[in-house]
Ligand binder design. Structure first.
Ligand code: BV8
Ligand code: ZN
Length: 328
């Protein structure tokens, strides 16, 4: 076992209070694209540009098509062993624990399959989804504060039908020439989303499903006041839910200081989520980074009180946490 892992696991077993900061990389191996880098695109749009109030104000139909695709993708995706490792951590009775998730995909709130026991779903009291959820809808009317949680209807309205696929042919793609014959292969859209495949030739390169022009009246409407509903996520330029921010502040600042923060699959580019790592360090806590992209000096153990585990969080997290959560 490498020295870093041994040191980390020794500290893990002595820790009384642990916090995790989770980003899109935790869901990457469940087939959901991350926000930045090559996968941060949806059709010809940069995800970050669509996750803003202005984008919604200018073209709610475009933004709803983006979120309809994200909702569908997240519903098709399954939690991976990284999600399950955090769920297990959340059920350890004597451990003070909190997961701060930047993700809106809901993968920490459900089981991979029904045979698994409930320790495979995260304790909801210890999961703060600080950027909201794809499955929450909010009314935009000033006078109305109707909110729908756990709305898994898909598509949400008839006009959003078949906007779930980024590419034409509803997730069908022409497979590579195979024994001289090309069969239509009905594949799971996730395969396209994760873009693991390279297409045989440009002639078979996927065409984006054209973005529809949608009349606002056909978008999700509020059952109370008939106002336009919006995705219940926190967009750039919007404040985070105050109760969650306060809860995190209390967890980090009050009582004993956190011994450890797990920084999982996040580029650390978004504020205020990215500020929690430094705050735990300032309180004397140690940092363990799980990412496919980590600075060499961290991986080589040259940065004080910071461990780096380079690779897929879905694989590394269950291994690193095994002494505490057991084998999953
Ligand atoms: C706020 C919900 C107060 C929507 C998201 C200028 C003007 C205005 C604001 C700002 C400004 N400058 C800074 C700000 C503040 C702004 C901000 O931080 N902007 C950034 C772009 C600089 N923040 C805000 O606006 C926040 N609100 O501050 O309120 C305020 C109010 C007004 C004005 C100022 C301040 C609200 C931020 C919330 C935005 N909403 N999501 C949606 O999802 O559609 S954030 C979005 O980015 C996602 O939630 C995502 O999770 C999140 C963070 O990104 P990451 O999770 O880190 O994902 P990313 O793709 O970046 O990285 C993936 C990582 O995984 C990589 O490191 C990769 O190497 C790794 N990885 C990949 N595969 C794997 C892996 N790791 C392990 N295993 C693998 N297999
Ligand atoms: Zn309303």
């Amino acid at each position: 076992m490498n020295k870093q892992l041994a040191e980390f696991q020794e500290h893990l077993l002595k820790s009384k209070k642990i916090v995790a900061l989770v980003g899109a990389g935790l869901s990457a191996s469940s087939g959901l694209p991350v926000f930045r880098g090559s996968q941060g695109m949806w059709k010809n749009y940069n995800s970050i540009d669509l996750a803003t109030p202005d984008a919604f104000y200018i073209d709610p139909g475009l933004v709803w098509q983006f979120y309809s695709w994200r909702r569908y993708s997240a519903l098709q995706a399954k939690p991976n062993k990284g999600h399950e490792a955090l769920a297990k951590l959340s059920h350890i009775p004597e451990l003070k624990y909190l997961t701060i998730s930047q993700n809106v995909d809901g993968l920490l709130n459900r089981k991979r399959n029904d045979e698994l026991d409930d320790t495979y779903i995260h304790d909801p009291r210890k999961l703060y989804e600080i950027h909201g959820s794809l499955f929450t809808l909010k009314c935009t009317s000033f006078m109305c504060n109707h909110v729908e949680r756990n709305n898994f209807h898909q598509p949400l309205t008839p006009v959003l039908e078949d906007t779930e696929f980024e590419y034409l042919n509803k997730g069908k793609k022409r497979s590579r020439e195979d024994e001289g014959s090309v069969q239509e292969q009905n594949i799971d859209p996730i395969d396209i989303i994760s873009r693991q495949d390279t297409f045989a030739s440009t002639s078979s390169s996927p065409q984006f499903q054209p973005v529809k022009t949608i009349d606002e009246k056909n978008l999700p409407r509020c059952p109370i006041c008939e106002g336009l509903m919006r995705p219940g996520v926190v967009w750039f330029g919007e404040s985070l839910p105050l109760d969650l921010i306060t809860g995190i502040d209390n967890f980090i600042e009050h009582g004993e200081a956190p011994d450890l923060i797990l920084v999982i699959g996040t580029s650390g580019t978004v504020y205020p989520a990215n500020s929690y790592v430094e705050r735990v360090k300032l309180k004397g806590g140690k940092v363990a980074i799980f990412n496919i992209d980590i600075d060499d000096d961290v991986v080589e153990g040259k940065v004080d009180r910071v461990w780096g585990f380079k690779g897929d969080a879905a694989e590394l997290l269950p291994l690193a946490l095994e002494p505490l959560i057991g084998k999953i």
